[in-house]
Design a protein around this ligand. Structure first.
Ligand code: ADP
Ligand code: MG
Length: 571
């Protein structure tokens, strides 16, 4: 809760002005019953038109002022709500961006989507209506009670007897609503996850002609969503109607008791009328309290989800006294590195040294841990034992952004953002000039592709680059890397998914790219790494062989030789 209120701090002024106006709005409502009282008891009997018009003009003035106040309350109140919603959302996004790969390995994107949109909208609503409406309602209730007390104390107390019951009912239903809404939230999140997953994979769904099965799944989710929502509405309906009943009970109470006191001569007609009108005004704050109570569970659940994510601590963190990694020579040492994903050990006491400018290749069966080995260098995951040094310093002693700026990874599956070719290439260096972009495109052998499009670099690539072929996407990622220009390069099966002709072409671009950089190549086809300075064979037992292509071929019964023979048997 303290964390929630901290979001109000920058908007103290806005909050208090809004608060003050809102209380005025509530209290000024009491003007009408009082004027009616005046009309019935004084003005009508006196028959003085001047006074009647004067009082009416006064009421009109109050209403005009109140209209203005209401505008302020609605507009500024929501300004407060939207500001807070924006601030919370910015904080959440900033935090999500800092979380580590391990978090995203285990979290559904749809869930995060829900947190960032729906949940925070509810928090925004609560931020505005929550404390404000509650306070206004209490003030109006107190104001009404005060006026009633000043007219007739006994009748005031009788009218108010039911109010606590209304509040108790509201609180009771609030508890039920909280539970219902929490369930509803998790359904929305399921939904978003499914849409993200299955519409993202629609091409696979259609290729397997699995539309009917997916539709069934969707129907089930949709139905569960409907049922949960209906349950929430049922509670809402019960709440609204029982509150309504109790409120009308107040009216009937006042009618009977008021009639009695009027006949006893303790109450004038005007006061009787005023009482009935005030009892109607009374409903407003009660309804407001009820509305807030309906809104609360939403907002609280949303805020809870928010704090849950905020409590996630990134596995990979920067040290407090971290230093920037600059002027990289590219000397890399893995020193007794051990690592596993959760319980699963993947790397065991791996040690290796790579000298500046060297190209080292890693080969071996899939699942042996080659990608993992490379992912440890930019600290996408942290080692669980041993350490990795760049230019003699442990990578955990460098600041994260500078470490990652200096390491570039080209992977087999290229991720492109939706946008243009230019956007995607320039992602490697957002402030790149046109010349730099064109230079990178030329080096990445992309020029003929770009020239082939009538719109050139402004061609839209589609979501995740669906409008491009694998080789084209790969070339874009290479162009991106030329712009990023990192001294250390990781090529993780960059050409494995391509046909041999395309592979050869892209290999040219990659050779150019790796020139002058310390390069780690993970490759499937041995032909592409023959010229590496050293080749390491990685299996589940770690690095089992290491040497040049020729050296490794000469090992009798060697793993590398076996791999080599298997690939060239038919050629
Ligand atoms: P390679 O690149 O040599 O094919 P990887 O480094 O990708 O091997 O994977 C090594 C092992 O770690 C595999 O058994 C794989 O299932 C597991 N693994 C890879 N990535 C993850 C991850 N994000 N979470 C859990 N296990 C993983
Ligand atoms: Mg791999």
């Amino acid at each position: 809760m303290r964390r929630f209120f901290s979001y109000y701090t920058p908007y103290k002024m806005l909050f208090f002005v809004d608060f003050f106006c809102a209380v005025l709005v509530g209290l000024l409502e009491l003007a009408f019953p009082l004027i009616v009282n005046l009309f019935i008891d004084e003005l009508l009997p006196s028959g003085n038109w001047q006074w009647i018009l004067f009082a009416s003009a006064g009421l009109l003035l109050v209403y005009a002022f109140n209209t203005f106040m209401q505008f302020i309350v609605t507009y500024w109140g929501h300004m407060l709500g939207t500001n807070i919603e924006r601030d919370i959302r910015n904080d959440l996004y900033a935090h999500i961006q800092r979380l580590s790969h391990s978090f995203f390995d285990n979290t559904k994107t749809g869930k995060l989507l829900t947190r960032l949109t729906n949940d925070l909208m509810n928090v925004g609503e609560m931020a505005h209506h929550g404390p404000e409406d509650l306070f206004i309602a209490v003030m109006t209730l107190l104001g009404a009670f005060g006026v009633m007390l000043s007219i007739h104390a006994e009748l005031a107390v009788i009218s108010f007897i039911i109010v606590p019951f209304i509040l108790i009912i509201a609180i009771y239903f609030n508890k039920k609503m909280t539970i219902a809404f929490r369930e509803l939230f998790s359904r929305v999140s399921d939904f978003n996850h499914m849409i993200e997953d299955k519409i993202g994979g629609i091409r696979l769904v259609q290729a397997y002609a699995n539309e009917d099965r997916e539709m069934d799944n969707f129907r089930k989710l949709n139905e569960a969503f409907r049922a949960t929502k209906l349950k929430a509405y049922k509670i809402m309906a019960l709440n609204t109607s029982s509150t309504y009943m109790l409120m009308r009970l107040v009216t009937v109470f006042i009618l009977i008791a008021g009639a009695y006191y009027t006949m006893q001569g303790e109450l004038t007609f005007g006061e009787f009328a005023a009482f009935i009108l005030i009892s109607n005004i009374l409903f407003k704050p009660l309804e407001k309290i009820n509305a807030v109570i309906e809104l609360y569970p939403n907002g609280i659940a949303g805020f809870k989800h928010f704090t849950e994510i905020l409590r996630e601590v990134p596995d990979v963190q920067e040290k407090e006294n971290a230093v920037p990694l600059t002027d990289v020579r590219g000397h890399i040492e893995y020193d007794n590195v051990t690592f596993g994903y959760e319980a699963k050990k993947v790397l065991n006491n791996i040690s290796l040294t790579i000298h500046p400018g060297e190209t080292i290749a890693f080969v071996g069966p899939s699942g042996a841990g080659k990608t993992t080995l490379a992912a440890l260098l930019p600290r996408f995951y942290d080692v669980s034992g041993g350490g990795i040094r760049i230019d003699g310093t442990d990578i955990r002693d460098y600041t994260l952004p500078t470490l990652r700026e200096n390491i570039g990874t080209v992977q087999q599956d290229v991720f492109l953002f939706s946008g243009t070719l230019r956007d995607n290439v320039a992602y490697g260096k957002p402030d790149a000039t046109d010349e730099e972009v064109y230079d990178a495109i030329e080096k990445a052998q992309l020029k003929s592709l770009v020239d082939g499009y009538p719109r050139g670099l402004d061609t839209v690539v589609g979501e995740r680059g669906v409008k491009l072929s694998g080789g084209q996407k790969q070339r874009i990622s290479i162009a991106r890397m030329f712009l990023k220009n990192p001294p250390i390069l990781i090529l993780d099966e960059a050409t494995s998914a391509l046909d041999t002709a395309t592979e050869l072409e892209i290999q040219k671009a990659l050779n150019l790219l790796s020139k002058g950089r310390t390069t780690l190549v993970i490759a499937h086809r041995l032909a592409t790494i023959k010229n590496a300075n050293r080749i390491m064979v990685v299996t589940n037992d770690g690095i089992v062989e290491s040497g040049t292509h020729e050296e490794l071929l000469n090992i009798d019964n060697g793993k590398y030789r076996a791999l080599h023979d298997a690939q060239y048997r038919f050629s």
